[in-house]
Ligand binder design. Structure first.
Ligand code: SF4
Ligand code: SF4
Length: 157
């Protein structure tokens, strides 16, 4: 529910698109549907704790999602691959990461870009990364953690 509140607290965002698989998955979105004010103190603290947990877990391997590394000549979606790694390592969101990672190259424009194991070590991205991440090895690590079953969009399964 906190993620919905975080989104709705941004005045640029007026609509949330949710994809419930069952009717009860609408309960949380509906609880906050009319709560679009600024985050309260408890919500701010919770988000700060999540941010800190991510920093602690990832250390110098945290991708800052700045997209400066693109374009990749192999069309690897570097920021999204590493976002899934961030979530898997910091929050144990491995199942989510595997599901989304499996959509690379399988879900068309809904999930653009190639998988991490397409990296050829050309090195083009390395000088562009302000975090000085070892992008090729992090991509390979992500593929090992999250690679596996191919997935399409929910309604195509
Ligand atoms: S090193 Fe790998 S990820 Fe980086 S630009 Fe080259 S192919 Fe893409
Ligand atoms: S430039 Fe570095 S920190 Fe920014 S998105 Fe790419 S890999 Fe992540």
């Amino acid at each position: 529910m906190l993620n919905y509140r975080w989104l709705l607290s941004d005045p640029r965002i007026t609509t949330l698109s949710v994809g419930p698989a069952t009717a009860d998955e609408l309960d949380w979105p509906l609880q906050v549907a009319d709560t679009d004010g600024a985050l309260n103190q408890a919500e701010q603290k919770a988000i700060a704790r999540l941010d800190q947990a991510q920093k602690d877990a990832l250390g110098g391997d945290q991708c800052a999602q700045c997209h400066a590394c693109l374009p990749c000549p192999e069309a690897i979606n570097i920021p999204e691959v590493l976002r899934l790694r961030n979530l898997a390592v910091a929050y144990e969101m491995t199942a989510f990461g595997q599901y989304r990672y499996g959509m690379f190259e399988n879900a068309g424009h809904w999930f653009p870009g190639k998988r991490g194991d397409r990296c050829t070590d050309c090195g083009d991205c390395l000088p562009r990364c302000p975090q000085q991440l070892q992008i090729p090895s992090l991509l390979r690590d992500t593929h090992q953690r999250l690679g596996g079953q191919k997935r399409k969009r929910l309604w195509e399964e």
